[in-house]
Ligand binder design. Structure first.
Ligand code: SF4
Length: 442
């Protein structure tokens, strides 16, 4: 496909920036493993979409005359500021999410990556993921993102049924999605993920499983299954409220999930997290950081982060939330260097609750060693070893507590929310009875 000249110029510039970045990495910079408090993943939020999907309540806007050059400068400035505040020396993964980041220009992606590589160590093999929607991700655009430094794609395919795609308000057809998937795999072999939704109004188990089978014939090594959640304020919610559409049936959705994960297992995929499946080791390292409660910085309107602000002498991890609305966020970034709207210090107990709730989402669960990094005094055995409820869950085959640590069985992963109720209340009870420790947390 011939590119408009201005677009082509932008992409050539993006590729040159990415090349400079790679050369700088090869030339050196701080190498080797950095301590946990100096490592982080980086999330970059692109807030715009072509149109609103009927089910979506994310922080996204329909662009009206976006000044991308100004937005780019703000993303770069905020990334630099947060990297400085956090004292992070090594960024292990970057994720461009949204919104629809495949609507951004590859030059913007390259500029953010270059800024990160200049401010800290961004290893040449770091995972750099971009979320892509089929209609804004032609082969040439995907190639330009690759030249800009992206090396993994997450495609919002959602369904392979055109009626369902229309119901969801998506801008693409099943044919567009399959075409994008094929292009993506050609350009990023082994590094393409697809999202498939389940539990839509009127959706039946059999046809949904046939979609999954069709997807398995052409997908790469990573699949995410998401259950539709009806969110207040969305078009779909109103349609269901007004009786224009049947309410999604949670029992059918549970059946789809169970059958779907069995099909994926049969096809050689490891369910490494509640919603995520990978084969050939194609796990998302960026998301793994979230589940392991590693530090992450969130850049862009409405982005969330969790890190210790070391520059200000901080010892406590904070949850940081950036200003939601893009124009306000840009004004704040121009004035203060960042658009952080809220900083919430996490107590030791809150951090441990996150370690528990996030870690149990994965098939590995929480190893003793991992838990000890956050809580050296109260072990997993101390917490759960004598709990009658935990024993019961073990007898039911849902939970395991052994020499490796605490984790859900395959059956347990499917009902994690109900397990967490007992486990979190046991943690809270034990925390109140503990002897306070003075060990600082990371
Ligand atoms: S493309 Fe994604 S973020 Fe944008 S409206 Fe649709 S679901 Fe929401």
């Amino acid at each position: 496909m011939a590119l408009p000249r201005s677009q082509a110029r932008g992409w050539v510039k993006a590729a040159k920036m990415a090349q400079r970045r790679r050369r700088a990495e090869d030339a050196g910079g701080p190498q080797g493993p950095a301590p946990g408090s100096q490592r982080a993943a980086l999330y970059v939020h692109w807030p715009y979409c072509e149109k609103r999907c009927s089910y979506c309540n994310f922080n996204k806007y329909i662009p009206r005359g976006v000044d991308e050059a100004a937005l780019r400068r703000c993303l770069v400035t905020e990334a630099q500021t947060l990297l400085r505040l956090s004292g992070v020396r090594r960024v292990e993964s970057v994720f461009f999410g949204g919104g629809t980041p495949s609507l951004a220009s590859p030059h913007t992606v390259a500029a953010v990556l270059e800024a990160v590589a200049q401010a800290t160590h961004l290893p040449a093999d770091s995972e750099v993921t971009l979320e892509a929607n089929p209609t804004s991700a032609s082969g040439s655009r995907l190639a330009a993102f690759g030249a800009a430094g992206v090396n993994r794609l997450s495609i919002g395919l959602q369904s392979l049924d055109d009626t369902e795609l229309q119901l969801l308000g998506r801008t693409h057809s099943a044919r567009d999605a399959l075409q994008t998937l094929a292009e993506a795999q050609r350009l990023f072999p082994g590094r393409v993920s697809v999202d498939l939704m389940l539990g839509l109004p009127a959706q039946q188990v059999g046809p949904w499983l046939r979609q999954l089978q069709e997807l398995l014939r052409c997908c790469d090594d990573h699949v995410s299954l998401y259950q539709l959640s009806l969110e207040r304020g969305t078009t779909l919610f109103t349609q269901v409220q007004q009786g224009a559409l049947p309410a999604p049936d949670p029992e059918l959705a549970a059946e789809m999930y169970q059958e779907g994960r069995a099909v994926l297992r049969e096809a050689g995929f490891r369910q490494y997290e509640v919603s995520n499946f990978a084969r050939n080791g194609a796990l998302s390292t960026h998301n793994w950081t979230y589940w392991q409660c590693g530090q992450y910085l969130g850049v862009g309107p409405g982005a969330h982060g969790r890190f210790i602000p070391q520059e200000a002498g901080g010892h406590t991890r904070e949850a940081r939330i950036q200003t939601l609305e893009p124009d306000s966020w840009m004004k704040e970034v121009m004035l203060f260097g960042h658009g952080t709207r809220r900083r919430i210090p996490l107590s030791e107990l809150e951090l441990l609750e996150e370690v528990l709730a996030m870690g149990l989402r994965t098939d590995v669960g929480i190893t003793h060693q991992h838990w000890q990094q956050f809580e050296p005094q109260l072990t997993l055995w101390d917490l759960f070893g004598a709990s009658e409820e935990v024993k019961e869950l073990q007898e039911q085959g849902l939970l395991l507590l052994d020499h490796r640590g605490l984790r859900c069985s395959w059956e347990g992963l499917a009902v994690l929310d109900s397990l967490l109720l007992s486990l979190l209340s046991r943690l809270q009870e034990a925390w109140q009875q503990r002897t306070p420790s003075s060990v600082p947390r990371g």
